[in-house]
Design a protein around this ligand. Structure first.
Ligand code: ATR
Length: 286
């Protein structure tokens, strides 16, 4: 049970809509577990009002916020300082308000890395295939490049978007072999057995479209670790394809937990109770 009083520090999630976000639930459970006098609330902000975010957070003395769709890029203009990782990714998912100054971070990339490492996948030297080229793909590709992947291929329905993503990061990570292709049965077939990791960053497979997958059902997956960022459902069609080939699978809950854990640490300065975040999330998704 949370006891809000005059000293409670407030954070929240800026997005539109935010009704389905699980972040309030997991962060409030973490605050309660550590007996921190903090509370996390939904902050639905209509895109038309995005320019009021700075004033709003400062006026109401917020300690910080998470940022989600569709504000991760637009919110950057409201900030006093942007962490180099967030600047390179081009998106902010966490804001900390310190002495009235708004500082922006991106914890998605580190969250993704932690999700891989906790499952025993080491991205250093790995050959990686990223499916999709949207916002989630950008944080994923940055994370893999930053961790020392040897090769990163980005396959996307709209190949121009993949090219844009790759061209942007090429200059920063000169040792990584980048490539991009159109996401078609032909390119998937050709990808067979030249990758150590395949990551789905598209929305394919997400509730209510649970029968869709980014990978064509008639084409075998490469002999790789298969990772899905989608976590509704936890066991996506894509991960079921991995299981049927006895391939190691990493579901989308790890990244959600670890991006939240990093944000929690930025705000509170305390190590996040990762097990509490995980148990709360899994109970909510069950
Ligand atoms: P996010 O921020 O969650 O990554 P996004 O930026 O809208 O969301 O990106 C969605 C990704 O899913 C894109 O790579 C998109 O492909 P396009 O760039 O071609 O739009 C991909 N995607 C969504 N629906 C898809 C579908 N039915 N088939 C293939 N790819 C799809």
């Amino acid at each position: 049970m949370m006891h809000i009083n005059g000293e409670t520090k407030i954070v929240g999630i800026l997005g539109y809509p935010v009704t389905h976000s699980l972040s309030p639930l997991i962060h409030n459970a973490a605050f309660a577990a550590l007996k921190l006098n903090w509370a996390y609330i939904p902050l639905p902000v209509n895109p038309e009002k995005i320019n009021d975010v700075r004033k709003g957070l400062r006026t109401f003395n917020f300690a910080g916020a998470n940022v989600t769709v569709p504000h991760k890029q637009a919110v950057m203009r409201q900030l006093d300082e942007i962490d180099p990782v967030a600047r390179e990714i081009g998106a902010v998912n966490t804001i900390a308000v310190q002495n009235g100054a708004l500082r922006g971070f991106n914890t998605d990339a580190d969250g993704f890395l932690q999700a891989l490492l906790e499952k025993g996948f080491e991205p250093k030297g790995a050959r990686c295939l990223v499916l999709g080229a949207g916002g989630a793909a950008r944080a994923t590709v940055f994370s893999l490049a930053h961790a020392g992947a040897k090769r990163i291929a980005v396959f996307n329905r709209t190949v121009e978007r993949a090219a844009f993503l790759v061209d942007d990061l090429r200059a920063t990570f000169e040792t990584v072999q980048f490539s991009c292709e159109s996401l078609t049965p032909h390119s998937l077939d050709a990808a067979n057995d030249s990758f150590d990791l395949v990551v789905n960053t598209t929305s394919l497979g997400m509730f209510p479209h649970v029968d869709t997958s980014p990978w064509h059902p008639d084409i075998p997956l490469p002999n790789a670790t298969i990772c899905d960022l989608v976590y509704t459902p936890i066991r996506t069609k894509f991960l079921q394809q991995a299981e049927s080939q006895n391939l190691p699978a990493i579901d989308g809950t790890g990244m959600l937990i670890h991006q939240g854990a990093r944000a929690f640490e930025i705000w509170t300065g305390h190590p996040a109770p990762v097990d509490v975040l995980r148990q709360t999330l899994l109970a909510a998704l069950a």
